[in-house]
Design a binder for this molecule. Structure first.
Ligand code: NAD
Length: 359
């Protein structure tokens, strides 16, 4: 009863025409920021996260405390738990689901393939089944990934490009997710929007990502490993600042339209959409390191090695004209500015003062 009350309170809408959103992966990096943005403008938000130990669970707990201090209740549970999902949909008539829960990371898949199947395939299907049975059926916005472009060499990457060369199991599960969601849209009339995020970074970020672990190692005086592609070409990523991604997510929710329900033909087809959310200005990894060195006022110990061929792709570069047109998506933060904000957060979160840890 207490639990139900917390869920209901958290889902309450505080603005005209607002929505009630179930955010999965709410204790994750992107989920935290999206939950806060929605709550701050008066939407109802309920979080769901299984707090897995892929990376430091204490960071996830800290993010949970942050969103809960703004009134977002985070349910501890798994997207693969059909009973829990059905219960949530019984308690709240969610208008939207922002599905961000997933097993991320390309290299971890070498040792833990099952975790990708559990969260990114089975978990996705369990969630779609629950949405299908819910009344009303929520519109779904979910995180795909730029990794679906795989070894595609035609840049910038457009949504209509081939995605038939995934370079990792992670990429393959995201590609499968696109096919699965498309099927649910087609058969059951669910409104689906897939967002292909390009290397998202910023405060409260993910410790497994390069910009984060480089910062940690530079501050601790430890070497960093920089991968280099074929023919000694530097790897490059279309780094995208978290606030820009959040705007793209919120814009997607706002324009998601309605699910039409099973056999939705009578009421017109529900939308199926895919958008790139990137920054359109790739930066090489050595340049990323130089920017971090400048912000940290410390030199990195660089260890440059050939890319071991374990799932990374040489470069990413988004064409964002579709998202610009349909969502009004317009990234405004360049890597210099965004990393400055990240470093400021990092130093304060980990208790650094003038480059030295104080606790
Ligand atoms: P994250 O790992 O910080 O967040 C994911 C959250 O989901 C975690 O808190 C985790 O505990 C939770 N989770 C995982 N499996 C779950 C399950 N089965 N049930 C319930 N909760 C579960 O990752 P993020 O960077 O915030 O990414 C959010 C989404 O965006 C993911 O789908 C990811 O694949 C996608 N994405 C991220 C990036 C990026 O650069 N950060 C790029 C492309 C795509």
């Amino acid at each position: 009863i207490q639990w139900e009350k917390q869920v209901r309170n958290s889902a309450q809408i505080h603005r005209q025409g607002g929505m009630s959103v179930l955010v999965t992966g709410a204790a994750g990096f992107v989920g935290t920021h999206v939950s806060l943005a929605l709550k701050k403008r008066g939407d109802g938000v309920v979080g769901l996260d299984n707090f897995n130990t892929y990376y430091d669970p204490s960071l996830k707990k800290a993010r949970k405390s942050l969103v809960e201090s703004h009134g977002v209740f985070v349910v501890e549970g798994d997207v693969n738990d059909a009973r829990l999902l059905n219960k949530l949909f019984d308690v709240v008539a969610f208008t939207h689901v922002m599905h961000l829960a997933a097993q991320a990371g390309v290299r971890y898949a070498m040792e833990n393939p099952g975790s990708y199947v559990h969260s990114n395939i089975a978990g996705l299907v369990t969630l779609l089944e629950a949405c299908k049975s819910a009344n009303p059926q929520p519109a779904i916005v979910w995180a795909s990934s730029s990794s679906v472009y795989g070894l595609n060499e035609k840049v910038p990457f457009s949504e209509s490009d081939q995605t038939d060369q995934p370079a990792s199991l992670y990429a393959a599960t995201k590609k499968a997710g696109e096919e699965i969601t498309h099927t649910y849209n087609h058969i059951y009339g669910l409104s689906i929007t897939g967002l292909r995020f390009f290397t998202v970074y910023g405060p409260w970020g993910r410790p497994d990502m390069a910009y984060f672990s480089f910062t940690r190692n530079i501050l601790q005086g430890k070497p960093i490993t920089i991968y280099r592609g074929k023919n000694r070409v530097d790897l490059a990523r279309d780094f995208t600042y978290i606030d820009d991604i959040v705007k793209g997510c919120v814009g997607s929710l706002d324009t998601a339209g309605k699910s039409t329900g099973s056999g939705g033909k009578k009421r017109g087809p529900a939308p199926y959409r895919i958008f790139n959310l990137g920054n359109t200005s790739p930066v090489t990894v050595p340049t990323l390191v130089s920017i971090l060195e400048r912000h940290l006022k410390m030199k990195a110990k660089r260890n440059v090695v050939d890319m071991p061929g374990n799932g990374d792709v040489p470069f990413t570069h988004a064409n964002i004209s579709l998202a610009r047109r349909e969502l009004g998506y317009k990234p405004t933060t360049d890597l210099q500015t965004g990393l400055k904000k990240f470093v400021k957060w990092y130093l304060s979160y980990y208790g650094y003062h003038h480059g030295k840890a104080v606790n």
